[in-house]
Ligand binder design. Structure first.
Ligand code: HEC
Ligand code: HEC
Ligand code: HEC
Ligand code: HEC
Ligand code: HEC
Ligand code: HEC
Ligand code: HEC
Ligand code: HEC
Ligand code: HEC
Length: 255
């Protein structure tokens, strides 16, 4: 009789311990769990309207495989109880997803964006350069880029594609965003200044912040000969054009 009671007591204790361990893991695998963290609300809202709204947090945020699950369990137990005892503070339970998580569903061989304009050799960046998916796809689920899309922005590319570490020619990435027709006339260099008032040049050129400035620091062809004294007729008709490259104080030095 005494032995049977002991067995029941042990079994009961075992169950309680098992519950104490599985409850946190089970809870933290449920997307709704994260609603209790106020700092997560925006992330949750964006996730719910993203292409991945049917994909649970764990499918991206828990490393695939047994080890990933175990290490998630080990982290989730203290996080769960501290949240119960001390209230939901900020959470660092979930880390940015790894490539392996994305590879559960996606291949790495795509080379062109769905629009067809953009070349993006995934294999070269992910396998050869060893990049993480989220370096480019950081606006995938929890935020949008400044154009209101979940797509990677060009700025991310240009951190490497600066013309030094990797090429920055427009046509290396864009197959259709070519030099516009307006630029193709032989006199474009002479007339582009006047166009700048009617066309938004920044649409394309703001991507290279010092694009205009770099050139404007160079001495233009018009400054040939004895420009120091011959500039008068040009300056009389087009002084505003001079001030694109020169500050007024430059002129004031002599005038
Ligand atoms: C399709 C994959 C995907 C799903 C599903 C997903 N996330 Fe994320 N999550 C990401 C990516 C990519 C990042 C990194 C970019 C960022 O910080 O927003 C991230 C970042 C985070 C971070 C910040 C991690 C850090 O290192 O700072 C938290 C917290 C987070 N997600 C919570 C959640 C929660 C909660 C859910 C479920 C409601 C969820 N995520 C679902 C992809 C996903
Ligand atoms: C559990 C499966 C699953 C996981 C894990 C997953 N995805 Fe997806 N992903 C999908 C599905 C399903 C779609 C929607 C396809 C469709 O609508 O045609 C999608 C769409 C996409 C798209 C195109 C649509 C968009 O919103 O731009 C991108 C980019 C993408 N996933 C990247 C990622 C990255 C990066 C990760 C890892 C952080 C990831 N996915 C993890 C299943 C998954
Ligand atoms: C070097 C930056 C970069 C990296 C790294 C990267 N991607 Fe992409 N990915 C892009 C760009 C840019 C697009 C095109 C977005 C657009 O304009 O539609 C894209 C598109 C996609 C698409 C949707 C288009 C399609 O062909 O179905 C999926 C899915 C995707 N990436 C998954 C991944 C996964 C998974 C990883 C990690 C293994 C990854 N990406 C790593 C830049 C990157
Ligand atoms: C971590 C640095 C890095 C980032 C970020 C990056 N790339 Fe690259 N990319 C490289 C390197 C290095 C090469 C190989 C050298 C080269 O061809 O200039 C390359 C090559 C390429 C090529 C092939 C170029 C050719 O000459 O055929 C394309 C296309 C490309 N990247 C597109 C992109 C796009 C689009 C993005 C942003 C979504 C991006 N890359 C982001 C480093 C990067
Ligand atoms: C390393 C790859 C890469 C290079 C080089 C590059 N772009 Fe982009 N560009 C992108 C990516 C990625 C996007 C964002 C995805 C999209 O909108 O299709 C983008 C977006 C844009 C956009 C905004 C989208 C639109 O259609 O309005 C413009 C404009 C643009 N690029 C112009 C240029 C010009 C001009 C150059 C040359 C100075 C250039 N790009 C060079 C990768 C590149
Ligand atoms: C649709 C995109 C787009 C728009 C809008 C645009 N450009 Fe360009 N521009 C380009 C591309 C692409 C090149 C090629 C140079 C390169 O590869 O960096 C270029 C080159 C130039 C050059 C150098 C020409 C040369 O011979 O070296 C000048 C100057 C220039 N643009 C001025 C302007 C001015 C001024 C405006 C506004 C009136 C403007 N652009 C609007 C895409 C654009
Ligand atoms: C390839 C070098 C180069 C680039 C790039 C360049 N410029 Fe110029 N720009 C010049 C030269 C040279 C002149 C003087 C032309 C002349 O007087 O014949 C000039 C003149 C101008 C003028 C005054 C023109 C006048 O006649 O009144 C304006 C305005 C101007 N540029 C705007 C821009 C803007 C905006 C950009 C960037 C989108 C830009 N430029 C990029 C070389 C360049
Ligand atoms: C595309 C840019 C650009 C434009 C437009 C431009 N300049 Fe210059 N200018 C320069 C540069 C660069 C120098 C050399 C400055 C230096 O050496 O410090 C220079 C030098 C000068 C000098 C000094 C004389 C000399 O020989 O060094 C004068 C005077 C001058 N510019 C007047 C003008 C006048 C007047 C206009 C308008 C008709 C004009 N510039 C338009 C870029 C420009
Ligand atoms: C290096 C000294 C020097 C600089 C810098 C300089 N100029 Fe001059 N400028 C002169 C001289 C010298 C003359 C007189 C030439 C003559 O009388 O033939 C002159 C003549 C002129 C005239 C005609 C005189 C008049 O009053 O009608 C104008 C207009 C003029 N400059 C505008 C400019 C502008 C605009 C700038 C700045 C972009 C500038 N200059 C920069 C030396 C300079």
């Amino acid at each position: 009789m005494r032995r049977r009671t002991l067995m029941w007591v042990l079994l009961g204790l075992g169950l309680i311990v098992a519950l104490f361990v599985t409850l946190p893991v089970f809870s933290t695998l449920q997307p709704d769990y994260y609603r209790r963290y106020p700092t997560m609300n925006l992330r949750m809202d964006n996730w719910e309207t993203s292409t991945h709204s049917k994909i649970s947090c764990a499918e991206c945020h828990v490393e695939p495989g047994v080890r990933g699950m175990l290490s998630f369990a080990a982290d989730s137990i203290p996080a769960f109880y501290s949240q119960l005892l001390e209230g939901p503070a900020g959470t660092n339970l979930l880390q940015a997803p790894s490539r392996d998580a994305c590879h559960q569903c996606h291949t790495r061989y795509r080379a062109v964006a769905p629009s067809g304009d953009l070349l993006i050799p995934h294999r070269a960046h992910v396998e050869v350069l060893g990049m993480q998916c989220v370096t480019c796809h950081r606006d995938l689920v929890h935020s949008q880029n400044r154009y209101g899309f979940n797509k990677p922005e060009m700025e991310t590319c240009l951190t490497c594609h600066d013309g030094d570490k990797a090429s920055n020619a427009c046509t290396d990435c864009h197959t259709r965003k070519n030099t516009p027709d307006s630029h193709k006339g032989a006199n474009w260099l002479a007339i582009h200044g006047s166009q700048a008032e009617v066309v938004d040049c920044g649409q394309c050129h703001n991507w290279t912040p010092s694009y205009c400035a770099k050139c404007h620091e160079q001495r233009p062809a018009s400054h040939a000969g004895n420009w120091k004294t011959d500039h008068a007729p040009h300056a009389r008709t087009r002084k505003d054009g001079c001030l694109v490259c020169h500050g007024q104080q430059f002129c004031d030095k002599c005038h």
